[in-house]
Design a protein around this ligand. Structure first.
Ligand SMILES: [Fe+2]
Length: 178
C-alpha cells in the first residue's frame, strides 16, 4: 500500500496553489507520460508519477506589467531547486517514506538543466523519466503551462492514474511471490 497517493497530493492546497500556477493540465499530462515510461522500463511508477506531478511546483510567475517576461525568467529561474525543496517538505509532512521523498525531490531538482552550469549529468533512470516526460509535453513559448483542464476531469485522471499504479504494483508483487 502506498502511504501517499497522487490524489492525496493533488487535492492538497499547496499543490493546488503552486501546480495551479504552472499548469494542472501540464502536470497531469507529464504524470501520465511518466507512468507509461516507468511501466516499460521497470522503474517505480509510484515515484515517477509523483515526481512528474510535482515537477513544476517551484515555479514563480515572471510577470511584468501583466505579461510573462521570458528573459527575466531565463535569467533568474530556479524553479527546479525551489520545487525539489517544496515537494520534499510536503511529502515528508504527508508521511512519505524518507528515501522515496529524497528520490522524488532529486528527480524534480534534475528534471531540467536550464539553470545549471554547462556540463553533463549522469541521470538515474527515474530522473530521466521525469525529464523525458516533461520534454514530451513541452510546447513553444511555454504554452504547455497555459493548457486548461476542468477540476472534475483533472481529479478523474488523477484517480485513474492512482488505480493504474496500484494495479501495476500489485501485479509486480504477485510476480515476485509466484
Ligand atoms: Fe514542466
Amino acid at each position: 500500500m502506498r502511504t501517499v497517493t497522487l490524489e492525496t497530493l493533488f487535492i492538497h492546497p499547496i499543490v493546488q496553489k503552486y501546480v495551479g500556477r504552472s499548469g494542472i493540465a501540464h502536470a497531469i499530462e507529464v504524470a501520465e507520460k511518466a507512468f507509461h515510461i516507468a511501466k516499460s522500463t521497470n522503474v517505480s511508477p509510484d515515484l515517477a508519477t509523483k515526481a512528474a506531478l510535482l515537477h513544476d511546483i517551484g515555479h514563480y510567475k515572471w510577470y511584468e506589467n501583466g505579461k510573462w517576461n521570458f528573459d527575466l525568467y531565463k535569467e533568474n529561474d530556479i524553479h527546479a531547486i525551489k520545487g525539489a525543496a517544496r515537494a520534499h517538505k510536503l511529502l515528508v509532512r504527508l508521511g512519505e517514506n524518507l528515501q522515496d521523498a529524497k528520490a522524488i525531490a532529486l528527480a524534480i531538482l534534475l528534471h531540467t538543466d536550464s539553470y545549471l552550469p554547462e556540463g553533463h549529468l549522469k541521470l538515474s533512470p527515474l530522473q530521466q523519466i521525469v525529464a523525458k516526460a516533461d520534454e514530451a509535453d513541452e510546447e513553444p513559448h511555454g504554452a504547455h503551462h497555459y493548457k486548461e483542464i476542468d477540476a472534475e476531469s483533472a481529479l478523474n485522471r488523477i484517480r485513474l492514474l492512482d488505480q493504474k499504479i496500484d494495479n501495476l504494483l500489485q501485479s509486480n508483487d504477485l510476480e515476485h511471490t509466484s
